[in-house]
Design a protein around this ligand. Structure first.
Ligand code: ATP
Length: 348
């Protein structure tokens, strides 16, 4: 039995705005699910409906086999970690983590054992007597996570928990969240607009746009077999390149797609036309407008037939800016999309 079952969930806000359309999904015990999509796509609304912070307009939500549409947040067996950690400023780290257990009337020695155990898991032992203002952003974030996991609930809901951290802290905390999940094993639903977070954390990703689920799948499925142009362009960094009208879909023009990391740069003076004749694939030549050296790789920016193109190379001596070069994409790395609907076409 799935831990969480959403079927035909809809959200229409009081002002008539339809924020979530027909969201259906079964989430297994222990899964790490990431809801991802651009701002306003409905991911927080979905999470808040699961938490019980927002009413479900239509559809059925069950948690642990119980229909939960109308159960109060505290009876749903879920704990939520918010973007703003919402720590109590006048309480120490110890008190912040133990507060929920005190409210439940647990004995002080049980609370102490639980707090110390969680503090050990999260590396917070040295800070138990500090107040939130005396902690770094990353440490505060860990306290917020600690306060959620101390409740021993079966489901964690996290809404952009890393968004207040700087880039380096985010990478560290991302790894920590993955480790905590491995240790604690609770079902987790995590909201972010950051595709890298989604790719690195998720067992399965749900990509949303304008209130509609675009695709549900493992990071690999989304990367290698995006259902449509939106998912193809959202998952992967730098994003997939698209050539409008670059492919013939049985008589009508379609959109050709290929990832920046799947393009070969050809030696000066060489075009890819010969390779295309031999083995298919796609060749183009373009003037390199900008090179961006990232250390382990280089991004080349150019344009071809009015389409912006990025090529990512892992070589140390990239072509110069202003050079015109031939490029080649092997057949197995090409994607095709319907120009109107954006649906991906595989096979055939
Ligand atoms: P973000 O990443 O910006 O938080 P999101 O994907 O989480 O975006 P939601 O917060 O779920 O998006 O909002 C989805 C849509 O619903 C948005 O267009 C938003 O303006 C709208 N919305 C959110 N709350 C309300 C409300 N109380 N009343 C009316 N519309 C709302």
């Amino acid at each position: 039995m799935a831990q969480i079952e959403l079927s035909g969930i809809q959200k229409v806000y009081d002002n008539g705005f339809h924020a979530v359309h027909d969201f259906s999904m079964s989430i297994e015990k222990g899964e790490f699910i990431v809801l991802v999509g651009p701002s306003g796509c409905g991911k927080s609304t979905t999470l808040r409906m699961i938490a019980g912070l927002e009413a479900i307009t239509e559809g059925k939500l069950s948690i642990g086999g119980m229909v939960s549409n109308h159960r109060s947040p505290r009876d749903r067996g879920v704990a939520m970690v918010f973007q703003s950690y919402a720590l109590y400023p006048h309480m120490t780290v110890y008190e912040n983590m133990g507060f929920g257990l005190s409210l439940k009337g647990l004995d002080e020695d049980i609370i102490e054992a639980r707090v110390k155990n969680i503090a050990r898991i999260l590396g917070l032992e040295p800070y138990l007597d500090r107040f939130p203002r005396e902690l770094s952003g990353g440490q505060r974030q860990r306290v917020a996570v600690g306060r959620a996991i101390i409740r021993k609930v079966e489901v964690f809901l996290m809404d952009e928990p890393l968004s207040n951290l700087d880039a380096k802290q985010r990478v560290t905390m991302r790894a920590e969240i993955a480790q905590i999940h491995n240790r604690v094993g609770a079902t987790t639903i995590y909201v972010t607009h950051d595709q890298t977070e989604a790719m690195t954390l998720a067992d399965r990703i749900v990509v949303m746009k304008d209130g509609y689920v675009q695709q549900i799948g493992t990071p690999k499925e989304l990367y290698f077999k995006p259902a449509n142009r939106f998912v193809a362009g959202f998952i992967g960094e730098p994003p997939m390149n698209f050539i409008e009208g670059g492919v013939d879909l049985g008589g009508k023009p379609g959109v050709l797609g290929f990832r920046p990391e799947n393009v070969l740069v050809l030696p000066p003076g060489q075009s890819g036309d010969e390779r295309v004749k031999q083995s298919g694939g796609f060749a183009f030549s373009a003037e390199i407008e900008l090179t961006e050296i990232l250390g382990d790789s280089v991004n080349l920016y150019m344009s071809f037939n009015g389409n912006d193109i990025i090529v990512k190379l892992d070589i140390i001596d990239p072509p110069e800016m202003g050079e015109t070069r031939g490029f080649f994409v092997p057949k197995e790395h090409l994607y095709r999309f319907d120009a109107e609907s954006g649906a991906a076409r595989y096979g055939g």
